[in-house]
Design a protein around this ligand. Sequence first.
Ligand SMILES: C[S@@+](CC[C@H](N)C(=O)[O-])C[C@H]1O[C@@H](n2cnc3c(N)ncnc32)[C@H](O)[C@@H]1O
Length: 275
Amino acid sequence: MRELLSSAADELARAGCPSPRVDAEWLLAQVLGVTRTDLHANGDKALEPREERRFRELVARRARREPLAYVLGEWGFRRLTLQVDPRVLVPRPETEALVERCLELISELAEPRVLDVGVGSGAIALALADEHPGAFVVATDNSEGALAVAAENRMRAGLDERVELVEGELFAGQQGPFDLIVSNPPYVEADELDGLEPEVARYEPRAALVSTGVTEAIIGDARGRLAPGGALALETADGRSGAVAELLGRLGYEEVSIGQDLAGRERIVDGRAPR
Ligand SMILES: C[S@@+](CC[C@H](N)C(=O)[O-])C[C@H]1O[C@@H](n2cnc3c(N)ncnc32)[C@H](O)[C@@H]1O
């Protein structure tokens, strides 16, 4: 096992993967059905030929810079393990910070009604329903593939009763009123996409990444769907949060604030409709 791991880590390093050793450990742990910690306790173990073949297949996929999350087929987000594949964006740590902020914004409500625009894998919608036991979440997406993944994750999380998935553009006809509207919209500029790491540029869905004015469209139309005092919370591109906050202020949102991701970058903007 030790030798296999170190030759896999070398292969991934040559391919330019930023965390080759850890990635190799994740892949081997999945093949063996154990945790990464267990691997360290069993370094001398020999693998079955079938296990070794499977491991080499997964390493080869990762060496082509396929995101680790797609190769594993699942990814942790907040308290949930979500199924992920190329139909959905890989849920990010900054979005976990957005969920944290949303939970603060609805903390005083026993049964908040929430709308998540662009549900993807279900990350935000499912984490909010999971961590606020009284929340009811409607979540939209215009991608049939993404909604299929979100539905699978909703079932696995046991949240069928409190998360409704709706196919359609933006608000998909949902009028509210909602106590919280949240979105992690596509916000990469089209000409920046090719400059991003291969995992993102080559594998993640373009419609989930490239900005087509979704942020502005949501801001423009959210107010009429918010209850008095209801909150709008958005993830933004690095460097865009100031402009988004200013726009919210101009549109009459109150208590506008900018929040940071785990790396200290300003990536979350929220505000409340007047009470
Ligand atoms: C950046 S991903 C976010 C996915 C998930 N909420 C997350 O945070 O991991 C954006 C999602 O919005 C969806 N989307 C993009 N444009 C849309 C539109 N005009 N109407 C509805 N959904 C849209 C994409 O299909 C994608 O699933």
